[in-house]
Write a protein that binds this ligand. Structure first.
Ligand SMILES: Cc1cc2nc3c(=O)[nH]c(=O)nc-3n(C[C@H](O)[C@H](O)[C@H](O)COP(=O)(O)OP(=O)(O)OC[C@H]3O[C@@H](n4cnc5c(N)ncnc54)[C@H](O)[C@@H]3O)c2cc1C
Length: 483
């Protein structure tokens, strides 16, 4: 075995008895500061905020049993140390999936992907990325309703909900989970499915890291060939036409379940532009649902028939890794006046951020039709079972250079979202749902779920984690209210 550092001899000060205890049982799966595996782990977070956090040690399990050993060891040492759970590391805010002076459980080694002999289920380790999932499934003529960008992780996206190109056909990614394999606070490895621990299954569909460490998800797989997809850039002057085309696609009646869309209005030092990420999940060119979008004169960009992996790699290429990042989200109805209000509020907000070095300030409109949220609403935790009509998830993605501008960015983002929410209230289109996977640190997505769902989440937490370890010693991510 590698020689272990002694307590107190690292650049971080005391490395803690807990890390030494972990290394004594998990050997080289535990890494320490100033080693290659440790540096590889912390340098591969999406946001600079998380790259800058230095855990005392990083545990890199390769089996669910390793995770159980890690949890048992962490909770049984005299100095219990806080820990963070990381799958893909793409939640941007500080401490979501990394931790300073604690232990990070880096699950990227749990990356196996297998398909059942009857081709109806893909069993996926939470540390896999969606790019890895699609590159495995595309050649088999199969797919799953997973994330849209290749580099994002399976674990975080699935336990927080998951909007997929296939969601209008199959629901949120979490709706398509038939079984979660989970390590609970007492170190036992359990399954959550319709027959075993059915309430835990519902809780993990949107309840994030509050119940245990998910090690594997079994997702419904379906026959799927190539799709028609890509990104088209338009001049900002065409925003009216874009909003009208968006409202048409997201009409409450007759949503075309093969259509998936993200319309983004973006600002950077180069100027403003509109980018439409257009996907039709069939190998059909120029479907009628996107005709209005395709008639808008484009600056550049193509939509073509391709495999999911290629489309997911393209979608992922828009994000700048390792910079300061923030996302903020709200939900509202989908009328043209509401969409116009979002656009105008974003446009006015630019004056608050346009001098910030490296600023990219983009607002995206994502259709959330009933076809997505109502499909399995009584069997997930998201609390959208008594809502009707087409909704829009409005997401701000901000990227900038320097920590010294964090406060200014947050102030501008809060003001922008207060304004959008007020406009939505005035128009009678406000929907309290806050989508967890896009939420900012100051938002409280789980409280936005209906109270009966929050009660279920609390009850399941009491059952599987009576000592509240996942509410206390796992401080990152979004917690249950009043726990
Ligand atoms: C470029 C980009 C593209 C995106 N595209 C989409 C998209 O198409 N659809 C969509 O819905 N969202 C999308 N998102 C948002 C994404 O769903 C969230 O950022 C999600 O948290 C990422 O999951 P992860 O595993 O990479 O994150 P991580 O940062 O590893 O984890 C996120 C949270 O989940 C917890 N967690 C992670 N794994 C586990 C586990 N195994 N058990 C228990 N808790 C766990 C972590 O502790 C953390 O709090 C995108 C984000 C980015 C940056």
């Amino acid at each position: 075995m590698e020689q272990l550092p002694s307590a107190g001899n690292t650049t971080n000060g005391n490395i803690g008895n807990c890390c030494l205890a972990l290394a004594s049982v998990l050997g080289s799966k535990v890494s320490f500061p100033n080693t290659q595996p440790y540096n590889d782990s912390i340098s591969t977070y999406f946001s600079q905020q998380n790259c800058n956090l230095h855990p005392l040690c990083i545990v890199s399990p390769t089996t669910a049993e390793d995770v159980a050993t890690a949890i048992n060891t962490t909770t049984s040492t005299l100095e219990t140390t806080n820990f963070a759970i990381r799958s893909g590391g793409h939640a941007p805010f500080t401490g979501a999936s990394n931790i300073a002076n604690g232990i990070t459980l880096d699950l990227r080694g749990l990356d196996s992907i297998t398909v059942s002999p009857d081709r109806t289920t893909a069993s996926i380790g939470v540390g896999a990325t969606w790019g890895e999932v699609y590159s495995h499934l595309d050649p088999l003529g199969l797919s799953v309703a997973g994330g849209r960008a290749a580099q994002v992780g399976v674990g975080g996206l699935t336990t927080g909900g998951g909007i997929s190109y296939f969601s209008p056909r199959y629901g949120w990614t979490c709706d398509t989970v038939t079984n979660f394999e989970v390590v609970l606070a007492n170190g036992t490895i359990v399954n959550a499915n319709e027959h075993e621990n059915p309430d835990l299954l519902i809780a993990l569909r949107g309840g994030s890291s509050n119940f245990g460490v998910v090690t594997r998800v079994d997702l419904k797989a379906f026959e799927q060939g190539s799709i028609w997809g890509g990104s088209v850039y338009n001049s900002i002057d065409t925003y009216q036409q874009n909003l009208e085309a968006f409202a048409d696609v997201n009409a409450a009646e007759g949503y075309d379940e093969f259509a998936s869309l993200i319309t983004s209005f973006g600002y950077s030092a180069q100027g403003k532009a509109i980018v439409n990420s257009i996907v039709y999940t069939k190998a059909e060119e120029n479907p009628a649902v996107f005709r209005r979008f395709m008639e808008i004169p484009k600056l550049f960009g193509t939509v073509r028939i391709a495999g999911m992996h290629e489309i997911a790699v393209e979608q992922g290429s828009f994000s700048k890794v390792g910079k300061r990042q923030m996302t903020v989200v709200t939900t509202h109805g989908s009328t043209l006046p509401m969409l116009e209000a979002v656009y105008q509020r974003w446009d006015s907000s630019l004056a608050n951020v346009d001098t910030i070095p490296g600023m990219v300030w983009a607002i995206s409109l994502e259709p959330l039709p009933q076809a997505i949220y109502a499909r399995n609403a009584s069997k997930n935790a998201l609390g959208l079972d008594d809502v009707s009509g087409s909704l829009v998830v409005t997401l701000l993605s901000a990227t900038w250079d320097n920590e010294s501008d964090d406060e200014k960015v947050e102030k501008a983002a809060r003001e922008l979202f207060d304004n959008i929410d007020n406009d939505a209230r005035k128009l009678g289109l406000y929907e309290p749902f806050v989508y967890l996977n896009y939420a900012a640190q100051w938002q409280d997505p789980i409280s936005s779920y209906k109270s009966k769902n929050v009660e279920l989440l609390k009850r399941v937490s009491e059952e599987v984690d009576p000592q509240r370890l996942f509410q206390t010693i796992v401080p990152g991510g979004f917690k249950l209210p009043n726990c």
